[in-house]
Design a binder for this molecule. Structure first.
Ligand SMILES: *Cc1c(COP(=O)(O)O)cnc(C)c1O
Length: 498
């Protein structure tokens, strides 16, 4: 029996046109050109400036109105190759160290093509996407030493992962049926984390209807780690005031400085107090891949939930993060929903519940797992771990170079892969702190705009500082040499201009 209906021929009537190409060979030519161009982009990176601002002609062409009629793909592709491809953010370049942006990998381009062609909706259907996501989540259980009952979900990033974990924590710790009754007229639940906790927490408590007062930002010590004595006091105060402490967030790699909280002590405290222990390991969590670095995040394996990104220190293409919940039942109970149109018929493509679609906010989910699967198969845990170890060594080397230069100044201890520093003018004694801040701001702009390198900045103890967050598998020590050389030369220029 032929499954191909007679209408499946190139002379389909106008009224039954699909969006597929009429000429697959012509399509293949454009598609192959796209692959070649993508490869050239990656191969040519070291010769390119780290970043180029899109020129005015490009800006004009990228602000034209809604296209009503289509054009041939090869024409559209020519426009994309001219106006879009040459102007990436820059985070794929070996001298991009801003924020915490990952580089992506070459194999990621291959998995993106397969993912896109297959367009699987990964929810628990009888398909390869569900098998691969299960396999990948199993690998994460192993990496983080979680029990087989732990459950997880691939999401858009650590913000989503942290929020999903907080919803599970909140529902599990509320002490009543929160899904039914909501938050009204209940004693205020409280969440704790250091004041270095990433901004996702504010979005989270606001969105969950708990309000900003629900998060208590605890002071840090000189190494930017949560002060456990202050935390204990805050919990006791809140209990005495009739409030309900439900969750402590431990940072495994804080966003500003890479500091790692004392996770074993936080785990002990949570156990003692009956509080949910969540670890935000957005980038730092993945040091668990390296036997050499893993001791630094000891205690993470005791967490009730862990959030981490794969598009940062996992080096994968945007956007992908992951949440793991120790007690898979609690994860399920938090999000499970039923609808007649989702009931499993029991056989065929949907043999059971679409359980993967009930572990967070998204119902329809893409085949993100393929990216992880392909990267881990290609590089192995060891390959990724080696790159992470290299990034830590490079950060330590930069730290040493900064400390050896009279015109550079380290601004916080380098905990992992983040170096915070600034240019220290020779005439610093005659300058106000604001003037030093301003000089460093201007210097950073110049280095970025010259396309030399992209560090970002932050404020530490009220001072403007440069921040190099190294999650870049393409950086070499020569790239850091160039940063230091240019920073010193252009810093002197700026001083002379004063
Ligand atoms: C980047 C980051 C986040 C947010 O992750 P996204 O992937 O940007 O959503 C949360 N916590 C920390 C510590 C981070 O560095």
């Amino acid at each position: 029996m032929s499954l191909s209906p007679a209408t499946r021929d190139p002379t389909r009537p106008e009224t039954e046109r699909s969006l597929d190409p009429e000429d697959w060979d012509a399509f293949a030519e454009v598609a192959h050109r796209a692959v070649d161009d993508a490869i050239e982009l990656l191969r040519g990176l070291p010769e390119r400036p780290v970043w180029t601002s899109p020129p005015s002609g490009v800006r004009e062409r990228l602000s034209t109105g809604l296209p009503l009629e289509g054009r041939p793909l090869d024409e559209v592709y020519r426009d994309a190759a001219r106006d879009i491809l040459p102007y990436p953010t820059g985070n794929l370049h070996p001298r991009f160290w801003g924020w915490v942006m990952g580089t992506g990998t070459a194999d990621g381009v291959v998995s993106a093509i397969l993912q896109s062609a297959m367009n699987s909706a990964v929810g628990g259907f009888d398909d390869s996407g569900t098998l691969v996501e299960e396999q990948v989540l199993g690998w994460f259980r192993e990496i983080f030493d979680l029990p087989s009952t732990a459950s997880g979900s691939l999401v858009s990033g650590a913000t989503a992962a942290n929020i999903v974990a907080t919803v599970v924590a909140r529902n599990a710790m509320a002490g009543y049926d929160l899904r039914k009754e909501g938050l009204l007229e209940r004693p205020g639940m409280r969440i704790y984390g250091s004041k270095e906790t990433h901004g996702w927490i504010w979005r989270c408590v606001e969105m969950l209807g708990m309000g900003r007062d629900a998060f208590r930002a605890i002071p840090v010590d000189g190494d930017f780690r949560i002060r456990v004595d202050s935390l204990e006091r805050a919990i006791a105060e809140d209990r005495a005031a009739g409030l309900h402490p439900i969750c402590v967030i431990g940072n495994a790699g804080s966003v500003n400085t890479g500091s790692i909280d004392d996770l074993p002590t936080l785990a002990d405290l949570c156990e003692r107090e009956g509080i949910w222990f969540h670890v935000d390991g957005a980038f730092g969590g993945l040091v668990a891949l390296s036997p050499m670095l893993k001791p630094r995040v000891r205690g993470m394996e005791r967490a009730d939930s862990i959030a981490f990104d794969l598009h940062k220190w996992g080096y994968l293409q945007y956007d992908i993060g992951c949440v793991m919940v120790r007690d898979g039942e609690l994860h399920r109970e938090t999000f499970e929903a039923s609808a007649t149109y989702l009931e499993p018929p029991g056989r065929g493509v949907q043999p059971g519940r679409l359980y993967l679609a009930h572990r967070g906010i998204q119902l329809s989910r893409s085949f993100r797992a393929l990216r992880v699967w392909m990267a881990l198969q290609t590089h192995g845990v060891r390959g990724i771990a080696r790159a992470i170890e290299m990034n830590v060594r490079q950060a330590e080397a930069l730290d040493e170079r900064v400390r050896a230069q009279v015109n550079l100044e380290l601004m916080a201890p380098t905990a992992l892969n983040i170096v915070t520093f600034r240019y220290r003018p020779s005439s610093i004694a005659e300058m106000t702190e604001e003037e030093v801040d301003e000089l460093n701001r201007e210097l950073l702009h110049r280095i970025q705009e010259a396309g030399i390198a992209i560090p970002s900045s932050t404020t530490l103890d009220g001072r403007f500082v440069w921040r190099v967050a190294n999650v870049n598998h393409r950086s070499t020590s020569a790239d850091f040499d160039l940063l230091v050389t240019e920073m010193l030369a252009r810093g002197r220029e700026l001083e002379e201009e004063r």
